[in-house]
Ligand binder design. Sequence first.
Ligand code: SF4
Ligand code: SF4
Length: 260
Amino acid sequence: MRVDDRRKPKLALWKFSSCDGCQLSLLDCEDELLAIASAVDIAYFLEASRFQSKGPYDISLVEGSISTPEDAERIREVRRRSRTLITIGACATAGGIQALRNFKDVDQFIATVYARPEYIDVLTTSTPIDSHVEVDFELRGCPVNKTQLLEVLNALLNSRKPNVPHYSQCLECKRAGTVCVMVAHGTPCLGPVTQAGCGNLCPSCNRGCYGCFGPQETPNTASLSAWLTRLGLAPREIRHAYRSFNANAEAFRKESLRHE
Ligand code: SF4
Ligand code: SF4
């Protein structure tokens, strides 16, 4: 990215329908925060500061999905004011856990949860940011991995492509020498179809991956489902395995529908 050499790039963080966890990942970069603050001008980041600069912004990091009419309008405005727009996390890149509504009738959920459903104004679906505006790069995870987040910022500031893997979590296990929980213990694991990047968190703790980084580049979900069936999972359990934080990601959505 090219910005005027005389000024620091303006960084903005935007929240849509989400839990704030991905924004927190940036604040969690404790050792690197001062370096970030000296490299960019933090122009809009309500979770960290009340200061608000009007923009335009050089880099916008966007957390959250589009699940209300107001979200749909606001993301277009954010896009207009941003030179580079990066989506961060499962909500922004796939619709998030709130996209479970996409498989059901949202009015039924609202009537069950809220005492006064008539006050609730939501879209019938929760969708990722790239369903509404052009996105320049997407960073997966629930929440995002802070090392990857730093890598993306570093890459942008140095006009290079971010080095973020698109292969599967299984490769991380092999590299780390982690014993496969599925082969060794018969524990169901979505690692073969899930994008790496979390730092091998779950298998290294002897538990299966539940897919929070979303589908890898070429996921063979049908093959994994056959494995899960051999491990004794019923179609309902396989469906539920694919329907979590990335339920609306195309590969996971399609595979879950095969087990309706
Ligand atoms: S534990 Fe999961 S992610 Fe790791 S190798 Fe086995 S199937 Fe793949
Ligand atoms: S192993 Fe899977 S579920 Fe666990 S943190 Fe990594 S991607 Fe997420």
